[in-house]
Design a protein around this ligand. Sequence first.
Ligand code: PEP
Ligand code: MN
Length: 339
Amino acid sequence: MIVVIKKDKDPKQVDSLINWIKGLGLGVHVSEGENSTVLGLIGDTSKVDIGLVRTLDIVESVTRVQEPYKNANRKFHPADTVIDVGGHKFGGGSFQIIAGPCSVESERQIIEVAQAVKRAGATILRGGAFKPRTSPYAFQGLGVDGLKLLKKAKQETGMPIISEIMSEEHIDDFEGVDILQVGARNMQNFDLLKRLGRLKTPVLLKRGLAATIEEWLMSAEYIMSEGNPNVILCERGIRTYETYTRNTLDISAIPILKERTHLPVIVDPSHASGLSRLVPPLSLASVGAGADGLMIEVHNDPVHALCDGAQSLRPDQFDGMVKAIDMMLPAVGKHRDDK
Ligand code: PEP
Ligand code: MN
């Protein structure tokens, strides 16, 4: 962190700032220029309140040169983190496709969709049981019963499963769920993140609706700093002024994240666009941008889906899309489990 002191400031005030910084356990490198004094803070500045330093009246400007996230930072962990979910690897060149309905609706629905997506090449099954809906009058998911049906589909197909956890209260019900999804609306539910940090189960952390990449990485930091290193990031579109799509897929977040963090990064083009016909092109764009996987909503009868039918692919459409992805993966140096 670099602190520039305003011109002609009382050296006593500068000294007291330096002492305060040293009191935080940091070293200070002072360079006295003709026009200004610059303090270079040495050590772990992640605990320094940058806003507070900025408001001091002897301070001209403050610049962070070190990111406030450590565990998630590629600088301190150059190699890709590889997360193994039932033998399927995320990161390090492996590419995974998670697919399934927005919500578990019935035993027949989840098992039919599971078998279809598995046949098409998906490796992990998704299915929401607790749904974060904008309206309290909309379908809220089948809750614990939905999780039971999802686990049944896991048994029938052998696919690992992922489902969204909205509250710490439900943690015991998620026993047997292979990846815990934290949804966009809960990206900054810090109590939930800390609780999941005390587990070892992989967490899929979605980007918040209006979160910056740094805020998102700080949320990953909440999980990792409690001891759980198994975090997968999922870009799912952010809210912009655009109305033709449900959200705006931030494609540039993928290569930026690949530079900044060693964590695997996947993309959910279904929630990003809200339109099933956009899912194949956005999926291919995500592969091109360097994603480590995709999460796709697939429904056996999208017109009658209880949630997110408009953005759900039919199994035959999903199958065609996976074939296109498989053609593209070698071009970006990625491979699927069996390829
Ligand atoms: C979901 O994946 O079902 C979901 C609700 O997504 P998001 O949190 O990205 O809106
Ligand atoms: Mn959905």
